[in-house]
Design a protein around this ligand. Structure first.
Ligand code: NAD
Length: 430
């Protein structure tokens, strides 16, 4: 006879079910088990508090043709303040994916100590297959559909896959038109003209490198002259490369969608950035040898920074990696199997949830500045970012040593613990 008073921790067919959601829940359950987390809290945290699915029409450029798009917004935890998380535009985005990402945002914000719960949104379109005018109409109508959920005190969207500053400006404008006055704090990642923060673009890359000295010390690597390999030379990889060179590292190899390049003496990162702006990728950069993307991961180096896409460090290449330290810039770059192989080999992995938290941290600064209408200097932003990142790293390291667990488990423990404590002190309403 089933216990009718108790819902199963994961119902067999939940509305959010998708492989990604199940993975996020199972990761949470494993860590909750290790922590001995309160059963009531555990069950509550496996489900997002609010999920909205909308369908809406938009006119194509051929005026008489109207298409319908799906849109989503999920808020995972509303306990500690407004929710925060990006909006992605992708042809296969779905409720399960958005819900999984909202949950991960909760742990990330809590771990870094930001006063937010996690959220995520999405629109199921291919942003590269629609015109700029169509994209604007989709964005404005999506905003109108989710307008009851978002707001500076409730839920603050940001860019994610397929969205950018321009999309944030349209959301801010649509929301402000409905309010009757300008509300810059409703989104972050806006253009500076609308209250976007200086140093937001560089934040994730800089945040990664701010952890390098502490992480390098932990695994006996000298920062000065350390050889760094970076996969991805977009927003994250480029600024990580620039910041790494600034602290005295040698960036010896870089790869992107066009190919990969290597120079054992160190690449001139500033010149490479200008070259990529002109040519569109790293391939053919003068003064470097061309290598394959498999060779890139196996280059002899001290530090490897995956900063492109998920799943690039897997069981098939983990044994070839020669770096002693991996700083995860991308989300989910290391598969579970690879994680085990690398941990067994004594490689220190600083997980994505802490390593790439610089972006959401400077988004938090942007929100605070917008609410106060008082804007900070770049130096203030950079030094506060550093302080928050290092504090988070040290607290995760402390848990990792105390509980004898790897940094990934420790980071999740830290995040989940903070959310659980807040839930316990608020209690259950009514
Ligand atoms: P981006 O689109 O600006 O750059 C991606 C880079 O990766 C490009 O250089 C591209 O050529 C390269 N790339 C893409 N697919 C590749 C592949 N299969 N092999 C090799 N290179 C490939 O993206 P971004 O904003 O730099 O984000 C990179 C990663 O970091 C993503 O996983 C993203 O989710 C994560 N992330 C980004 C931020 C941020 O602030 N931008 C914050 C947290 C996490």
């Amino acid at each position: 006879m089933p216990d009718r008073n108790r819902a199963p921790a994961v119902a067999p067919e939940m509305e959010w079910d998708s492989p990604m959601y199940k993975e996020a829940v199972s990761q949470f359950q494993n860590v909750a088990e290790k922590m001995g987390l309160d059963d009531n809290i555990r069950e509550r945290l496996t489900m997002p508090q609010r999920s909205l699915v909308v369908t809406f029409p938009y006119r194509t450029d051929e005026y008489s043709k109207v298409r319908t798009a799906y849109g989503y917004r999920v808020q995972h935890v509303l306990t500690m303040g407004p929710t925060k998380g990006g909006i992605r535009y992708a042809p296969d985005v779905n409720l399960g994916e958005v819900a999984a990402l909202a949950m991960l945002m909760t742990w990330k914000c809590a771990l870094v100590g930001l006063p937010f719960g996690g959220a995520k949104g999405g629109v199921r379109i291919d942003p590269h297959a629609v015109s700029r005018r169509e994209l604007q109409r989709v964005t404005r109508r999506y905003t109108a559909e989710v307008i009851g959920m978002i707001g500076p005190q409730t839920d603050i969207p940001a860019p994610d896959l397929g969205t950018d500053e321009r999309v944030m400006a349209w959301i801010m404008d649509t929301y402000s038109q409905h309010q009757g006055h300008a509300v810059p704090a409703v989104v972050t990642g806006k253009p500076p003209e609308l209250g976007g923060s200086v140093a937001r673009r560089e934040a994730t890359g800089r945040g990664i490198i701010s952890l390098l000295p502490s992480a390098a010390m932990r695994c006996g690597v000298a920062v000065d002259g350390a050889r760094v390999v970076i996969q991805g030379f977009g927003n994250v990889g480029r600024y990580a490369a620039i910041a790494a060179a600034e602290v005295g590292c040698r960036v010896v190899a870089v790869g992107d969608l066009t190919g990969a390049i290597h120079n054992g003496n160190g690449l001139e990162v500033g010149r490479l950035a200008r070259y990529v702006d002109e040519v569109g990728g790293v391939k053919g950069f003068p003064g470097a040898d061309e290598i394959t993307s498999d060779e890139l991961m196996a280059i002899d180096c001290e530090v490897l920074i995956p900063a492109a896409v998920g799943g690039v460090i897997h069981a098939g290449n983990a044994g070839d990696i020669r770096a002693r330290l991996i700083l995860e810039g991308a989300n989910n770059p290391t598969t579970l199997e690879a994680d085990r192989i690398l941990l067994d080999r004594g490689v220190l992995i600083v997980p994505d949830i802490i390593c790439n938290a610089g972006g959401v941290t400077v988004s938090y600064f942007e929100w605070v500045q917008d609410l106060q209408n008082y804007f900070w200097s770049e130096n203030e932003i950079v030094s506060r970012l550093r302080e928050i990142m290092i504090r988070a790293f040290e607290s995760v390291l402390e848990v990792s040593i105390r509980e004898k667990v790897d940094m990934r488990t420790a980071a999740l423990m830290r995040g989940i613990e903070r959310v659980a404590r807040a839930k316990l002190v608020r209690g259950v309403y009514p």
